[in-house]
Design a binder for this molecule. Structure first.
Ligand SMILES: [Zn+2]
Length: 312
């Protein structure tokens, strides 16, 4: 696989130490082994070297889950997910002072969070989605939203416009998170809110499975991984105020290590597939409870950073 060497996106240093190693345990798109490194200067964790841009079609195969949510996830798990998303969106909207907020979801996948915003009364013409897939963008336009194909860093979205911008499980995939924060700062309205959700490298499961099998590594698709300190630093460096950084439930990162270990140790496919998170509802339920207990301690699998563009 074609790979490139990169520097730390948070502080620009290239002085690193190895942190974890692994291969594409989930989709097997390559048998190459990859290394997560930790920046010696600022502790940020990132994949280096990482796949070159010409390899993106290979590492995001057609069956990649974010484009195929309805088909690949158990119906019960999907209903729970819908309910959790609706709760999350209510909470996010409560942070917004605008009556009919202009909202943008960066890396909106199949547009389901925009659907939740519409269900809670945000007019479709106020809803914007950015995604890399032209198929998804056509679907957003069909629903009356504004679909944009490309990277938010390169699109000419209106400046000082959005009251609420979200990006869920996306920033860990982008090449330069600092550049994304700067792009967001430009298009947020003064007083606008930016919410980032991403894996938490300080969670308990990441500590237990740190060297190889933790689900949050997602080799070789997660290029930058954060903890509360490093995500807050990105916000500050881009000129945003940090409102809160908290941790919340991510059951799947607990379950993937079983899958990855079994697959690497040549278990039969029908055995390791039992530990594919979306098909194992009992384990999902169990580790959801575990992470609910861990969240107030800052040890759950996901981070949610809430940032605000200063009023003046
Ligand atoms: Zn650094």
């Amino acid at each position: 696989m074609d790979c490139i060497d990169v520097k730390c996106s948070v502080c620009g240093s290239s002085n690193t130490r190895p942190y974890a190693r692994g291969w594409d345990f989930e989709y097997g798109t390559t048998l190459d082994e990859f290394t997560m490194v930790q920046c010696v200067a600022c502790s940020h964790i990132y994949l280096n070297p990482r796949p070159a841009v010409n390899e993106l079609n290979r590492i995001y195969p057609p069956n990649y889950y974010s484009y195929d949510m309805e088909k690949s996830v158990n119906a019960f798990a999907l209903r729970v997910k819908h309910w959790l998303e609706a709760r999350k969106i209510t909470k996010m909207l409560s942070l917004c002072s605008a009556d009919a907020p202009q909202c943008l979801d960066i890396g909106c996948g199949d547009g389901r969070l925009l659907d939740r915003l519409a269900e809670q009364g945000v007019p479709p013409e106020n809803l914007y989605g950015v995604e890399l897939s032209p198929k998804v963008v056509d679907e957003l336009d069909r629903k009356g939203y504004h679909g944009y194909e490309g990277r938010v860093e390169e699109l000419s979205l209106p400046a000082n416009h959005f009251d609420l911008i979200l990006t869920c499980q996306v920033i860990e995939h982008v090449s330069d998170p600092a550049e994304m924060f700067q792009a967001v700062n430009r298009i947020l309205a003064p007083g606008g809110i930016f919410i980032v959700e991403t894996p938490n490298t300080d969670c308990l499961d990441a500590r237990i499975f740190r060297k190889r099998y933790w689900g949050g590594y997602h080799f070789p698709r997660h290029w930058n991984l954060f903890n509360r300190k490093s995500i807050a630093r990105l916000g500050k460096d881009s000129g945003l105020e940090t409102v809160t950084v908290e941790t919340f439930v991510c059951a799947v990162f607990w379950i993937y290590p079983f899958h990855h270990w079994l697959r690497e140790h040549h278990a039969p496919r029908k055995i390791y597939r039992l530990f594919w998170p979306s098909v194992n509802v009992p384990l999902l339920a169990f580790f959801t409870l575990v992470d609910i207990v861990l969240a107030p301690l800052g040890l759950a699998g996901n981070l949610r950073g809430v940032f605000k563009r200063p009023e003046v």
